[in-house]
Design a binder for this molecule. Structure first.
Ligand SMILES: Nc1ncnc2c1ncn2[C@@H]1O[C@H](COP(=O)(O)OP(=O)(O)OP(=O)(O)O)[C@@H](O)[C@H]1O
Ligand SMILES: O=P(O)(O)OC[C@H]1O[C@H](OP(=O)(O)OP(=O)(O)O)[C@H](O)[C@@H]1O
Ligand SMILES: O=C(O)c1cccnc1
Ligand SMILES: [Mg+2]
Length: 553
């Protein structure tokens, strides 16, 4: 299987200028090769939630291993920049940029498995390597993780809202932030729990199932209805037989009993819409799904659909169902289902709904009771309208063997220093995680059955003892000496598509296993992210030592 085609912009120049100027200044000071550690993490879960789905790792590993190579052309561009006009060591610096010393060969990368559920403050990726090289990775790694994780989280939240049985199809390409936003959104919406996409290029590229219905234009285009076929006309082709049957069924469906119970009127059923449905059914007799809201969903679209569906069934096909794209989706879907059940008991027609769907409407519809089997979700999913950015940052936590800290007025913005490992601790039920614990690299790892003190990173009074039934180290070594380490669960020959499938499965399993109170839409419980006693001591020691005491007079 071919690897995914990559976006050509993802090069070492896909960064902010300041990374390169800092790298030069490190170089000039002879500090560029100092051993350093950076953590990539976020401070607050998106969408007012209490969990996030980590995504983008496949692209991060690929970038660092394969694409992080400054070329002579890149360097010629850097050389021209006015900021370097008086840089006397520029040529030596550019030679460094193009050498093996500045490549994926010299960094180690640890990361959570892609598709994992993750929480604020804990490193999702930890990069160890020469100071200047790690620094140069900052912006690219952030752009490769932030949007994918945001979209995957958004998709997972939509999945939580509808449960497992309802189908979710991503419809967002036309509203996405450009072609790259559209492709990225389709890929990571699938990772986060969508079943399919309407984006054909994403389906082609990533192997995502591709689905679709039809648009209003198709119905509108039949504005001048063809003459209804004369009832006694011989059915010379399957197409005209279908039309004949559809007209006959249309007249039967709108019988007095049905008219009375659903207030259907033969006149309200738009004939050009019927023609459109016949045409679409003739083109796709095995995949007939009609958009019913062009004129009047219940008065026209549904009876016309049924007329064509019954005609198709008469010919031995199984029609799929309808799509509703406006109006009260709970009411219309429920009424449509009742009409289906009266007209064709035992039918398996599905009801698809779309139109500005988002997480909140999914909960509202669930509460009202609806009869929708599948949702098409576009704008809100792919643009993440509820929160358009995830705030992952990339912070220096250790340099030259010395842990370091960034202090902030806001304690939550103070970084957690040092080279760390991250453990997920499971409670009495070994499938339910209770707490994530960061510890210094040098500390012995927590053991199942042994009590360990878990401290809130900043607030001294918030601590607890935990005796885990199971301990899982969640930050795994994934890149060393330029070699990507395969995930335990995958063979080294696994393709990009296998990786996407595995991440999708992992996301589903982990989100499902998360306690519901962490996932509920309103005021969810915060998941505990803690530090060991030794790490707590280090945070506070550095915090105090780096802050000078103000003199007031
Ligand atoms: N029963 C419902 N409960 C809550 N929200 C609903 C319900 N039915 C539909 N919605 C949502 O209400 C909004 C209705 O949108 P709006 O009034 O703009 O137009 P519409 O019904 O789609 O019609 P049109 O697109 O023709 O203007 C959509 O976001 C839709 O998802
Ligand atoms: O509403 P979204 O979640 O973004 O889903 C995609 C929308 O795109 C299509 O509409 P179209 O582009 O024809 O525009 P419309 O909103 O006017 O129906 C489709 O019928 C959905 O309504
Ligand atoms: O297939 C559909 O119905 C579809 C695809 C994209 C956007 N809106 C609808
Ligand atoms: Mg719409």
């Amino acid at each position: 299987m071919e690897p995914f085609p990559r976006n050509n912009f993802v090069t070492p120049l896909l960064t902010d200028l300041y990374e390169i100027t800092m790298a030069y200044a490190y170089f000039r000071e002879g500090r560029h090769l100092l051993p350093a550690t950076f953590d990539l993490f976020f401070r607050k879960n998106p969408f007012q939630g209490e969990y996030t789905v980590f995504a983008g790792l496949t692209e991060v590993l690929h970038f660092v291993q394969e694409q992080f190579r400054f070329t002579a052309e890149h360097c010629a561009f850097i050389r021209q920049h006015e900021v370097f006009a008086e840089a006397e060591q520029l040529e030596a610096f550019l030679a460094f940029l193009q050498s093996d010393e500045c490549s994926g060969q010299v960094v180690q990368l640890r990361a959570l498995p892609e598709g994992s559920v993750c929480f604020p403050l804990e490193p999702l990726v930890r990069v160890d390597g020469p100071l200047a090289v790690c620094q140069l990775l900052e912006t690219t790694l952030l752009t490769l993780v932030n949007f994918p994780s945001l979209v995957a989280t958004n998709a997972a939240r939509h999945r939580v809202a509808v449960g497992d049985r309802v189908q979710l199809v991503e419809f967002g390409l036309r509203r996405a932030q450009g072609p790259d936003g559209g492709m990225t959104a389709s890929r990571y919406a699938y990772l986060g729990g969508f079943d399919a996409t309407s984006n054909v290029m994403a389906a082609f590229t990533y192997g995502i199932p591709c689905r679709g219905t039809h648009a209003h234009a198709f119905v509108q285009s039949f504005v001048r209805p063809a003459q209804a076929p004369p009832v006694d006309a011989g059915a010379s082709t399957e197409r005209s037989a279908l039309a004949l049957l559809a007209y006959r069924y249309r007249d039967e469906i709108v019988d007095p009993a049905l008219r009375q119970s659903f207030q259907l009127s033969a006149k309200a059923a738009n004939e050009s819409e019927l023609e459109a449905f016949i045409a679409y059914a003739a083109a796709f007799p095995r995949a007939f799904l009609a958009l019913v809201d062009t004129y009047d969903s219940l008065g026209s679209g549904v009876p016309n659909f049924l007329a064509v569906a019954l005609a198709l069934e008469h010919q031995g096909y199984k029609p799929l169902g309808i799509r509703i794209d406006s109006g009260d989706l709970a009411y219309i879907s429920s009424q449509a289902r009742r009409i289906f059940d009266v007209v064709k008991p035992g039918n398996k027609y599905i009801i698809f709904a779309s139109s500005d769907i988002h997480e909140d409407t999914l909960y509202a519809l669930k509460e009202q009771g609806h009869a929708i089997d599948a949702f098409g979700v576009g704008t809100h999913l792919v643009t993440c309208q509820k929160q358009p950015a995830l705030g992952c940052v990339f912070k220096l936590v250790q340099v030259d063997q010395t842990p370091c800290i960034k202090v902030s007025e806001d304690p939550n913005k103070t970084t957690i220093p040092g080279r760390k490992r991250v453990y997920r601790l499971y409670g009495r039920d070994p499938s339910v995680s209770m707490i994530d614990l960061m510890m210094l690299d040098s500390e012995p790892e927590p053991q199942p059955g042994e009590r360990i003190l878990c401290c809130h990173p900043y607030e001294e009074h918030k601590r607890c003892y935990m005796t885990p039934s199971r301990v899982e180290e969640i930050l795994h070594l994934r890149l060393i000496n330029g070699t990507v380490m395969p995930e335990d669960a995958l063979a080294s020959t696994a393709s990009d598509r296998d990786r996407l499938q595995l991440a999708r499965r992992r996301c589903r399993e982990q989100v499902q296993a998360l306690r519901y109170d962490y996932k509920r839409p309103l005021n969810p419980t915060p998941y505990k992210v803690s530090v060991s006693a030794a790490l707590f001591k280090l945070v506070h020691q550095l915090w105090l030592s780096e802050l000078t005491i103000r003199e007031l007079s």
